[in-house]
Design a protein around this ligand. Structure first.
Ligand code: PMP
Length: 379
């Protein structure tokens, strides 16, 4: 049977796993207590559920539950980490190192800091999307108060050399923060082993609900709160906790831990099939390092095509042109630009993000549909 609609935009968001939804449902009505209510069983029950979720989230990344701060998502977690570290750093003139191909949820808070007088270095990347470690080391100064580099890129899936970056940050005693929104739950990672100080991630990229995420803050690392009022999350993020969301996030982490390796193997096969077949079309190029990238992501440029027209002709297939979060603007992707891809080719690029519920039939269908659209638009 031909699939009706095919969703290949799992980097933008993932569907909620039915097992996650089931776990969340009682917390909307039956067990609706406020986790901060200390005087009755409704509150205790909610608090217990939050603590259990905190353990599930911590376990997935090798952290301790006390090192997890729940937020509304990765955007908020990035803001909290970046502004929170810079606020508390004692240096008079402050310097941060990041990268040109970061997500807007890192770039925009950094731009705000620049307006406030902080100096920011945006490292370039090579044509594979990777930073140069020697270049990073050269940029560290006595004023550097933070290094913020993403784990895996949302447009290309390219994975930065996180362990090496953390080792350099450690050598110069600079806190290292990583936006790991696309990596957590997809590849095994352990914050302790890697030497990461702060790490952000989000439930809706890993089959959990939207509107909930977390910041890992290593024990001993100090940040200033960005939202005050009530002292929740040990004073670092006030506001009544989103209990159903947090419960779902916990379950999503548990499921990822159990099946991440099987998902990864299966999706790599499907992604490779999609990519190999489409690369056979003349003038088609893959963007991003071939090995150092997530197994479920592919970013392809189709020479001579207008990406928007291609997207329109693929109306049964949900993919994105560049990153969904910048879709309000019609700029070519800053990530592809940063990798030296021409504007013309960047506009002619599609991002495919496969997910846990992607089937072989859907990939077969997508290949046929894209192939015929590309051929038709070129004639
Ligand atoms: N960082 C990266 C790398 C992302 O891909 C995203 C989501 N597009 C975010 C941050 C923002 O996450 P959220 O939607 O949870 O705010």
């Amino acid at each position: 049977m031909k699939p009706g609609r095919v969703y290949l935009d799992n980097n933008a968001t993932t569907p909620v796993d039915p097992r996650v939804l089931e776990e969340m449902l009682p917390f909307f009505n039956e067990r609706f207590g406020n986790a901060a209510s200390r005087n009755h069983a409704f509150g205790w029950e909610a608090d217990e559920a939050v603590q259990h979720a905190r353990e599930q989230v911590a376990e997935l990344i090798g952290a301790s539950p006390k090192e997890i701060i729940f937020t509304s998502g990765a955007t908020e977690a990035n803001n909290l980490a970046i502004k929170g570290i810079v606020d508390l750093s004692g240096e008079e003139s402050k310097h941060v190192i990041s990268c040109q191909t970061e997500h807007k949820a890192v770039l925009d808070p950094l731009h705000q800091l620049e307006i406030a007088g902080v100096q920011v270095t945006y490292l370039p990347v090579d044509q594979d999307g990777l930073i140069d470690l020697a270049e990073l080391e050269k940029k560290i100064t006595n004023q550097t108060v933070l290094i913020s580099l993403m784990y895996a890129n949302n447009e290309t899936g390219v994975i930065q050399p996180i362990k090496e970056i953390a080792a350099l940050a450690n050598k110069y005693n600079v806190p290292f923060m990583s936006d790991a929104t696309q990596a957590v739950g997809k590849i095994p990672l352990d914050v302790d082993e890697l030497g990461i100080d702060l790490m952000s991630f989000s439930a809706h990229k890993m089959y959990g609900p939207k509107g909930v995420g977390a910041l890992f803050v290593k024990k001993g690392v100090k940040i200033s709160s960005q939202i005050d009022g009530g002292g929740h999350e040990r004073g670092m993020r006030s506001g009544t906790l989103n209990v159903p969301g947090i419960v779902g996030f916990g379950k999503a982490c548990e499921l990822c831990q159990q099946q991440m390796s099987d998902d990864e193997k299966r999706l790599k096969k499907l992604r490779d099939q999609l990519e190999q077949q489409l690369l056979q079309l003349s003038g088609t190029h893959g963007n991003g390092h071939n090995e150092q990238r997530l197994s479920h992501v592919s970013n392809l440029s189709f020479e001579g095509l207008d990406g928007e027209k291609l997207l329109l002709s693929l109306n049964e297939i949900a993919v994105s042109q560049g990153s969904a979060c910048t879709s309000a603007t019609v700029e070519p992707s800053h990530v592809l630009r940063g990798m030296g891809v021409s504007d013309e080719l960047a506009f002619a690029s599609l991002r495919f993000g496969l997910g846990r519920f992607t089937t072989k039939e859907e990939i077969d269908f997508a290949i046929e549909k894209i192939r015929s659209s590309v051929i038709e638009l070129r004639t």
